[in-house]
Design a protein around this ligand. Structure first.
Ligand code: ADP
Ligand code: MG
Length: 399
């Protein structure tokens, strides 16, 4: 992976102003923050800079205000929660550039923290407007990007600032880049990828990229049905994108050419109705699905053989559940495979990296999220990375 500056590379920054891009796009319900994971992710960077005596100005977006001030999407709504998690006072500053910010910096002591307003109140943020970039940069001495989850956007505070100020990766950004680097850019081979989820269409570019990168590609979830249909399997009334069977075939051909083994389920769990513990539930060979049945999970024998393949691998990257895991018992394959991957990781024979909104939820449901080498909560940025794309916010940090 390309090189980037880290906080360890900072010289004496006592009294210097750090513009720190973090992810504070927090989930809210009835005016309260429902999950503080993103604040906690920013903690190591904030602590580190504070201990070094820098004055910290946090930059973040919140919701989609589309370039206008909106009191319902002001970061003033979350400053209390940020203070709670940091265990520190945080000064809310209702601007992102100009005299108000300048005066606030004058009030902040070394190591103190200010939170600037929602960057997306200004249209120049999403437009990556150079005038806005310069105006923000005027109040800072250096820039730290700790928001990998926003790095797939080339916005003023995710990309632009890195070009006008000395730029560093924050601790969470660094951890994410190092983990992802080990998973795909520079992995110990053999490498396995597990891709599941609902639809092929949402992950076409992921699949196309992975077949050129990995030794084993395990396809599960609803998207496996399209591949099975492409191989002439009758998938009954399963979720299936019949118009994409040609694309699925092309992906399988590309895999053949690249020496990547594709694993499709040969045994599946089916039902006539989609509900918890349906009366028509059965496990069957994939060639014996009836016209009125749906494939809702991978069968246990098929999971076991995927587990055997994983035992021969040293690296795993996982996105997408194996079945409709929100409904029992269609969580079984995802849970079983997660446990196998977690055990191999604990033994030290596998580096395991997983990401994706539903995938992270499924691994928590399986109770093994903590045993994976790295879990990415970055959503869109994680998927774009799995597509092999260069993330502008990361690229701008490279030296
Ligand atoms: P992620 O958010 O981790 O990227 P996706 O959003 O792509 O994952 O896919 C998750 C969804 O896929 C889940 O809601 C799950 O119920 C659904 N799913 C998985 N397998 C099936 C299946 N066989 N039939 C229908 N839906 C499925
Ligand atoms: Mg999802």
């Amino acid at each position: 992976m390309a090189n980037f500056r880290k906080l360890d590379d900072l010289g004496d920054v006592a009294g210097k102003v750090a513009l720190v891009r973090v992810d504070l796009n927090l989930p809210m319900q009835d005016g309260a923050v429902t999950d503080d994971t993103r604040i906690r992710a920013a903690l190591p960077t904030i602590k580190d800079l504070s201990e070094k005596g820098a004055k910290i100005l946090l930059l973040a977006h919140f919701g989609r205000p589309k370039g206008k001030r909106d009191p319902n999407q002001s970061l003033s709504l979350v400053v209390g929660e940020v203070e709670k998690v940091l265990g520190r006072e945080v000064m809310f500053i209702p601007e992102i550039s100009g005299d108000v910010v300048k005066q606030s910096v004058g009030i902040l002591g070394n190591g103190d923290i200010g939170l600037l307003e929602n960057t997306r109140f200004w249209p120049g943020e999403e437009a990556n407007d150079v005038e806005l970039v310069k105006a923000i940069a005027a109040n800072g001495d250096f820039y730290v990007n700790d928001a990998f989850s926003a790095a797939h956007r080339a916005h003023a505070t995710t990309e632009g600032l890195a070009h006008v100020l000395p730029a560093y990766a924050g601790r969470s950004m660094q951890a994410e880049l190092e983990a992802l680097g080990k998973a795909l850019d520079n992995p110990v081979k053999p490498v396995a990828a597990v891709v599941g989820g609902a639809k092929v269409s949402s992950k076409l570019d992921v699949l196309k990229h992975l077949v050129t990168k990995v030794d084993h590609l395990v396809i599960g979830g609803g998207m496996a049905n399209t591949f099975l249909a492409a191989r002439g399997v009758n998938v009954g009334k399963s979720l299936c994108e019949h118009d994409l069977t040609g694309t699925a075939e092309a992906i399988m051909d590309a895999a053949d050419e690249a020496g990547c083994t594709i694993h499709l389920p040969y045994e599946v769990v089916v039902s006539k109705t989609f509900e918890a513990n349906p009366p028509s539930l059965r496990t069957t060979n994939v060639h014996e699905v009836a016209q009125d049945e749906m494939i809702l999970d991978v069968g246990p024998s098929a999971v076991e053989s995927v587990g055997d393949a994983l035992k021969t691998c040293r690296t795993l990257v996982w996105n997408g559940p194996m079945g409709a895991f929100e409904t029992v018992p269609f969580d079984a394959a995802t849970v079983a495979l997660a446990k196998i991957a977690a055990a191999l990781t604990k033994e030290g024979s596998l580096v395991s990296v997983a990401g994706g909104g539903d995938t992270v939820a499924a691994l928590h449901h399986a109770g093994v999220a903590g045993d994976f080498s790295y879990i990415s909560t970055a959503g869109g940025a994680f998927l774009e990375w799995m597509e092999g794309r260069v993330l502008p916010g990361v690229k701008a940090l490279e030296i």
